[in-house]
Design a protein around this ligand. Structure first.
Ligand code: PHE
Length: 367
């Protein structure tokens, strides 16, 4: 800012005064545009608004001294207005200018942004949701139950005889220190999702179509295919005239939805205390399309789930609370599948422990 000479007023009519003051305002505004620092702002203020040697003060004194008395009021008013306008310009431009200066120091807005860490579904949960939604599309609702269960719901009501090997602590993880309680009240970690069948039937009369996803526990030593914690999806359908054909059709459709329409299913006689008859379901090998490979032990088939018609003895337990479960009037089927194995097959995972390791290098592959 160089000290400019004081402009001369050519006349004292309103138009001439307005033009002269507009010229002063414009030159102040031009100069204030370059202000980028606090010192710059102070310099500008001193130059234009300084009380002793400020430009407004000098010009004001010069103009008023020579002005005729009748013009002094008009000039004085315009100086007051101009002072306010310059102060305002100074605040606005300085705020913008220093804002830009500060931002430029701290942040380069042309740099690429930091990508936020987006979460993704765990492959197990993804598979679980996929299976559940297949059954939801067939009109099933979703049920859940506790992981710490009583012996009654996990075994007795599911028709496990008192000395059934599954009750052995070799397989079942039990809560310690309950010897004083009657057997049926003792707590354990549920070994399957089937106890939720009983809980659901006690809660509501038939008809019932329910899928039950959940975590289960067994006292298994961990290896590539075993984990003491794993996941199941259970299914239960109870209504009048439910037959084994309904079970076959339902599971065949579900497996085709899950693995592709070319997958075949076959049913083998099996045994579960709570279903009669019972079956194991195999699907044609999804790796070799049934030709035989290492994955299916050259049989062309992979065993995937257990199922059967609900044993009338199970309805017998439920009837204590819901008399409508009369095996003479209704029938039903149930099935259960291991989600870990399905996830491992679908995603080509060879070791089950990877699903529980929390290792980001593994998990990020599914994000
Ligand atoms: N609960 C059985 C298991 O864990 C699976 C199953 C469920 C079988 C429902 C038949 C009917 O092995």
């Amino acid at each position: 800012m160089t000290h400019e000479s004081i402009p001369q007023l050519a006349a004292y009519d309103e138009a001439t005064l307005d033009a002269a003051f507009r010229e002063l305002l414009l030159s102040a505004q031009r100069e204030s545009g370059g202000i980028a620092t606090a010192e710059g702002k102070e310099q500008f203020r001193l130059y234009w608004l300084g009380r002793k040697q400020g430009r407004l003060k000098s010009i004001g004194e010069a103009w008023l001294k020579t002005a005729p008395a009748e013009a002094k009021k008009a000039i004085g008013q315009r100086f007051n207005q101009l002072k306010e306008q310059i102060e305002q310009t100074l605040e606005e431009n300085a705020a913008m200018g220093s804002g830009v200066a500060r931002a430029a120091d701290a942040l380069d807005i042309t740099l690429p942004g930091i990508r936020p860490g987006m979460g993704a579904e765990h492959p197990l949960i993804k598979t679980l949701h996929e299976v559940v939604s297949i059954f939801e599309r067939m009109g099933y609702s979703v049920g859940v139950g506790p992981e710490v269960e009583t012996d009654y719901y996990n075994f007795e009501s599911l028709n496990f005889p008192p000395n059934h090997p599954a009750r052995d602590t070799q397989d079942t993880l039990v809560v310690a220190g309950q010897e004083k309680k009657p057997l049926r009240e003792r707590l354990l970690l549920r070994t399957h999702t089937s106890p939720v069948q009983i809980r659901a039937m006690e809660q509501q009369p038939p008809p019932l179509r329910l899928v039950i996803p959940g975590k289960v526990h067994r006292n298994d030593a961990a290896d590539a295919t075993h984990s003491p914690i794993f996941h199941q999806v259970e299914g239960l359908c109870v209504d009048t005239n439910i037959t084994f054909s309904d079970l076959k059709g339902t599971l065949d459709h579900a497996m085709k939805e899950l693995f592709g329409s070319s997958v075949k299913t076959r049913f083998f006689p099996s045994f579960f205390p709570f279903t009669e008859p019972s079956a194991d379901v195999q699907i044609s090998c999804i790796f070799c399309a049934g030709k035989g490979c290492r994955k299916c032990k050259h049989s062309g088939w992979i065993e995937l789930l257990g199922c059967g018609m609900v044993d009338p003895a199970v309805f017998g337990f439920v009837r204590e609370k819901q008399p409508a479960y009369d095996p003479k009037k209704i029938s039903g089927f149930a099935f259960g599948m291991g989600i870990d194995r399905i996830a491992m097959m679908k995603y080509g995972i060879s070791d089950i422990s990877l699903l529980y390791s929390g290792d980001m290098r593994f998990l990020e592959q599914f994000a």
